[in-house]
Design a protein around this ligand. Sequence first.
Ligand code: NAP
Ligand code: GDD
Length: 365
Amino acid sequence: MKTAIVFGVNGQDGSHLADLLVEKQYKVLGVVRRSSTDNTDRIKHLLKNNDNFNIVEGDITDSSSIMSVVNTYEHVDEIYNLAAQSHVGTSFKQPGLTWDVTGKGCMNILQAIVDLGLHGTRFYQASSSEMFGDSYDTDLSGEKYQNENTRFLPQSPYAIAKCAAHQAVRLYREAYNLHASAGILFNHEGPRRGDNFVTKKITNWAVDFKLWMEKHNLNIDDLNPCEGFIYGRVLGESIPKLRLGNLDAFRDWGYAGDYVEAMWLMLQQDYPDDYVICTGKTYTVRQFLDLAFKAIGVSDWSDYVVVDKNFYRPAEVDYLRGDSSKAKQNLGWTPKHDLNDLVSLMVYSRLNEKLQNHAGFVKNI
Ligand code: NAP
Ligand code: GDD
């Protein structure tokens, strides 16, 4: 039976990857930071039902903690580093912490692999399209894109830390002959996405708005949007508007469940390498809003959304659209879901969650 260690297992991607590995009959050890409250919501279903899935406490900023985690199994086939302070906006407010976790944390794991002499262990690093920042290439039709050959021009402390980690993977691969690969993943989302990323913030709000209207038996014509609130027909019926930052950024959004398959495929190759993983299509936040509101039956969201400068970042990445031809050719990987699927999935699972929670069921999406 193959063994794998997943750092960041209770995050969005970590939980999808753990599902995939368990399905492939791996014995999986997930690493979770100590928390004063329960932080295992996304992996509860695995903890309940699977003997081949276990968790251990650990922190990637602490080398001794990594050493003891990595030593748990006699032989580790694969180590995935998905742990990070992963919010770009937060990285401007906590640059030091972001550096320690998102940058140095990766180096700590690589060094542990070398120090413990784990030459048969394969390593995956979660690199990011944020590393491209303001940089792009242009294809023959004049369209902008980024691939493995596009230079990095990071625009946030998060992206700088990811670039450092990405370079560490290349160096350790060359210097120590490690089977270490990096997936340069473009934005990927789904029902398990953290609440403060833009897609989740929008789909959650849209569903809550729909349910609020239903609860009060309101139609669009009954609504009175003014200042930061939307009012209903009677006093006391109100809901705060959705507050967002820059609506004009372009992102290449895919489904997280598809992207963890690419991570696994990278570690099944004879040789380690770096791969861009994306859909190849790009949309603005504004277009995402159109789709999410359409999914709840609202054609014009402009009265319900406030553009709030507090959600702007000191520097922005304006345009991301990937080219994953290399992954298609070498890994046989292509995304299975498009943006319409993604929006429906996120909207309907939020609806489900709200209705099921209401009826006292346990959620497991
Ligand atoms: P996420 O949901 O924020 O998960 C991050 C995970 O890292 C969480 O489990 C978090 O645990 C853990 N973590 C944070 N600090 C840690 C530390 N010091 N020691 C150990 N674990 C720590 O992020 P995600 O969306 O799943 O992304 C997974 C990885 O891919 C991240 O490295 C992210 O930067 C990268 N990435 C993501 C995307 C994307 O669009 N999702 C795109 C490109 C790259 P807590 O729950 O305790 O915070
Ligand atoms: N989070 C957030 N909240 N973003 C907003 C908001 C808001 O209220 N309003 C507008 N945005 C814009 C951001 O400025 C950005 O241009 C875009 O929406 C996407 O923001 P996020 O969803 O926070 O994602 P991100 O692109 O910054 O970073 C994600 O993708 C990277 C890969 O490109 C994260 O998952 C990173 O960890 C990942 O590396």
